[in-house]
Design a protein around this ligand. Structure first.
Ligand SMILES: [Zn+2]
Ligand SMILES: [Zn+2]
Length: 335
């Protein structure tokens, strides 16, 4: 099968490799769509813990091609997506129902081969069936939406509050939709790229800004909810200036593992701030599927391009073009 193989940091090629064979509790999926994530660039450049050689791709959908003997209810031909994060279910954290902190976690496209290929093998326990009304491209966005929903669950925003999101990339836009559904009275978005801001307005942003000074002038008391969806240290350093007293601040963006940002403990203390982390997604896949099926969150609005494996590899190596949102790869061309 054709696959994008990352032999080591920044050493990538499209190659012909063996189709993987599912173990007894696994299934083989013919990949129909796979999304390019911000973390894929970190993995490519070696700034995110991953295991090489690696086929990346952790957001995907496809059709079951083969099942292991103990794959349970799953059948050949079913349309599915999979939670890429595989937990051990017996470590200290798993037994506390904090699975995303699992001491033995594996992840498709990070520590084991993912979906930047024609086929991928996953444990049957990771599967979710795609309802008919969800296309394969939309199915590739279930994982990112599940992460956004988990972030909002961690955040516990107060109903009717004002929120601001830094970063109008695909995750910023999914968080915008999720926060609007969670009952915010308004959600503002900050980004340098005017094309991204236009898209944010079209998708329900109450206001858009390109600079922190504009935010402070327009909202001198600040926002009840502040979200970083960039992982950029400069942005993270500035976002606290947009926080109201008692604000809840969500660190959603993934910074490089060695990034350090100066923050003021006095400001956190004096303003009763709550600064919250959020890592991947736990128990939010069914909600993501329901919100897409019911048309409450139109994830297709976040997709800007559907590309070939070759183009995906080029974007991974050289960065995606400015103003683009979620890039989805289809190994087999059109649906
Ligand atoms: Zn991702
Ligand atoms: Zn565990």
């Amino acid at each position: 099968m054709k696959a994008i193989l990352l032999d080591h940091v920044e050493q990538m090629s499209i190659r012909d490799v063996e189709i993987p064979v599912p173990k007894e509790d696994e299934v083989l999926i013919k990949v129909k769509a796979a999304g390019l994530c911000g973390s894929d660039f970190h993995i490519y450049h070696g700034t995110y813990p991953a295991v090489y050689p690696l086929i990346q791709g952790h957001e995907f959908s496809g059709v079951i091609e083969k099942t292991g003997e103990k794959a349970g209810r799953w059948k050949v031909g079913q349309r599915v997506t999979a939670d890429p994060n595989i937990y051990c279910h017996h470590c200290y954290y798993c037994l506390k129902s904090q699975e995303n902190m699992c001491e033995n976690a594996q992840a498709s496209g990070v520590t084991r081969n993912g979906a930047f290929a024609e086929y991928v093998v996953v444990p049957a326990s990771q599967l979710y069936e795609l309802p008919k009304q969800i296309s394969f491209e939309e199915g590739a966005l279930i994982e990112p939406l599940a992460c956004a929903l988990y972030g909002v669950k961690r955040l516990q925003p107060e109903y009717g509050g004002k929120a601001v999101i830094f970063g109008a990339g695909p995750m910023g836009l999914l968080l915008l939709k999720a926060l609007n559904i969670a009952g915010m009275s308004q959600v503002a978005v900050v980004d340098l790229d005017p094309v991204c801001l236009e898209r944010a307005s079209a998708m329900g942003a109450a206001k858009t800004f390109s600079h922190i000074e504009e935010v402070k002038n327009a909202y001198p008391r600040g926002f009840d909810v502040v979200v970083d969806a960039t992982g950029n240290p400069k942005v993270i350093g500035q976002m606290f200036d947009a926080a109201a007293k008692r604000a809840r601040i969500l660190q959603f963006g993934c910074a490089d593992t060695d990034t350090v940002v100066p923050i003021s403990p006095y400001q956190i203390y004096a303003n009763d701030w709550t600064y919250i982390g959020t890592c991947t997604a736990v128990h939010t896949y069914n909600e993501a599927i329901d919100l897409i099926s019911e048309g409450k969150i139109r994830v297709r609005d976040v997709i800007s391009q559907v590309v070939s494996m070759e183009t995906l590899a080029e974007y991974l190596a050289n960065g995606k073009p400015a103003g683009t949102m979620k890039i989805v790869m289809r190994p087999d061309g059109a649906e």
